[in-house]
Design a protein around this ligand. Structure first.
Ligand SMILES: O=C(C[C@H]1NCCC[C@H]1O)Cn1cnc2c(c1=O)CCCC2
Ligand SMILES: [Mg+2]
Length: 485
């Protein structure tokens, strides 16, 4: 039949895999960890791109495209950048039958591809700021459990790479980009996120500091890094000799940022909003916001019903609403209801003989199943209101569920208890790296260890004398901890 065989609350992993396939978002591929993005999910990626790309263009960031291949020399150039990641780098070693003289890496990220040319292009202060972005794919040969959208060996992302004369400019841009990432999650995907700073252990090793938006999946009790915006400081400038002659004629190194969001955003949305009927799409990212379904009745005016459906689609489309109809005569209305619910379409419109006679349509909400009769004359206004309401409701429900998962703790025992209750834990911490390492060691297990997710910019009051939950030393900041993806 049409329905899912796994329930979200019972077998999350199987439920998720089934939803992304049954909603026609993903097709599994014969190479492990690689997935086909079908139009239903590609459309979401494009909608997010249509928001983000104009926004970075407003910031005078320009798109470019660098090669997929990285020569080994530069990849190894920034030691702490690559050492921890080396096993994930995929290499081309042959062409046809012949071995390549020198193996070539496939980009896992593009710092080392781009920065030798930043060094060449940035000579004087007039060459700054240099602000480039590229929309591309990257390859990371991950070994831990591959999951569509969330962890795949190839994924799509944008990666921004900017260079400034001053740290102040870099610091400001880090936060401007992070706000765009928050908007992607909260305004488009209806997923609540927390903005914060990564710990020294969790930050991008090659950088100065990392900020991120952190999401949370209540069903698994795991945090997930939604997107990152790093200040690289002058680390890469030193490594790749990216310096310039400043106004005073002195040689100075640039200050750099790099920032990315990826197709992982789509997986987070599926996990947060999906239910036992399948995908639930926030209207803002739904390629079809309204599906119109005729409900013919044996001797009733079938042509009239089909005409009313076409007119409804046209009226909505002209008003800028993404509407479509399902006129297939080889499926029953009931089958169609289940099919479009599985695909997560936010609103269904049914038109049967009674609706026709009463010059109305019946709208059914995907988020809460509510049925609403709408006079055809009020169609556009009422449908727009419903779509806005669905968008807001999905966010509110997700935020309420996420907030219920947040647990404030003050001691180790409370921490362990909350961890076992699959919570997102807010704890006072001394911010010492070896203490984080110790927490990881003490919480190691088949569910994975606890780690810091971020230290929220929005810090609660930290009373004088508050102790670190893990070390008992004086706490210096509130930090979110949890198991993660
Ligand atoms: O990619 C980044 C940092 C940075 N890259 C550019 C966009 C923003 C941000 O993600 C971190 N990183 C993650 N994963 C890997 C690498 C790596 O540098 C390098 C080698 C293989 C795997
Ligand atoms: Mg990784």
């Amino acid at each position: 039949g049409l329905g899912l065989t796994h329930r979200k609350a019972e077998n999350f992993g199987e439920w998720y895999s089934e939803v992304v396939v049954n909603a026609e978002m993903i097709e599994y591929y014969d190479i492990s960890g690689c997935y086909i993005l079908r139009p239903w999910s590609m459309a979401i990626w494009e909608i997010l791109q249509e928001f983000f790309d104009p926004e970075i263009k407003k910031m005078k960031i320009k798109n470019c495209y660098f090669p997929l291949f990285v020569s080994p020399g530069v990849l190894q150039k920034e030691k702490d950048h690559v050492e921890g990641f080396a096993p994930e780098v995929a290499w081309v070693t042959k062409s046809g039958e012949s071995e390549l003289e020198i193996p070539i890496a496939i980009r896992p990220t593009s710092e080392t591809v781009m920065y030798p040319y930043y060094s060449k292009w940035i000579r004087g202060h007039r060459d700054l700021p240099l602000k480039l972005n590229q929309w591309c794919n990257v390859v990371r040969w991950e070994f831990s459990n591959p999951t569509p959208f969330i962890r795949s060996r190839e994924f799509l992302w944008q990666e921004g790479h900017t260079a400034f004369a001053t740290k102040e400019e870099a610091d400001a841009e880090v936060l401007d980009i992070l706000e765009l990432y928050r908007r992607i999650y909260e305004e488009y995907l209806a997923v609540p996120v927390i903005k914060g700073k990564k710990s020294e252990m969790e930050k991008f090793a090659g950088g100065l500091y990392t900020t991120s938006v952190e999401a949370f999946v209540p069903n698994t009790g795991r945090g997930i890094q939604g997107a990152t915006s790093h200040c690289l400081g002058q680390n890469f400038a030193k490594m790749f000799e990216i310096n310039y002659e400043n106004e005073k004629g002195e040689k100075a190194m640039v200050w750099q940022n790099s920032w990315a969001y990826s197709t992982r955003t789509i997986g987070v949305m599926v996990m947060v909003h999906g239910d036992d009927k399948g995908l639930v799409l926030p209207p803002k990212v739904a390629s079809v916001q309204v599906i119109v379904i005729p409900v013919p009745y044996k001797d009733a005016d079938t042509q009239g019903i089909f005409d009313a459906c076409s007119a409804t689609v046209n009226t909505l489309s002209e008003a800028g609403i993404r509407a479509d109809s399902d006129f297939r005569d080889n499926y029953s209305p009931g089958w169609k209801y289940s099919h479009w619910e599985m695909k997560g379409v936010p609103l269904r419109i049914e038109i049967g003989p009674k609706d026709l006679a009463n010059k109305q349509v019946r709208a059914v909400r995907r988020d809460n199943g509510a049925k609403i009769d709408i006079a055809s004359d009020d169609l556009v206004v009422e449908i727009k209101k419903l779509l806005d309401n669905i968008q807001q409701n999905l966010f509110d429900v997700a935020k309420q569920k996420r907030d219920e998962c947040i647990q404030v703790v003050h001691s180790w025992d409370e921490f362990v208890k909350a961890l076992n209750q699959r919570k997102m834990i807010l704890a006072p911490w001394c911010d010492e790296e070896e203490v984080e390492a110790d927490v990881k060691a003490r919480t190691k297990g088949e569910m994975g260890a606890a780690k810091t997710l971020c230290s929220p910019f929005d810090q609660p009051e930290l009373p004088e004398g508050t102790k670190c939950f893990a070390s008992g030393k004086p706490a210096t900041k509130w930090t979110y901890w949890g198991r993660s993806y």
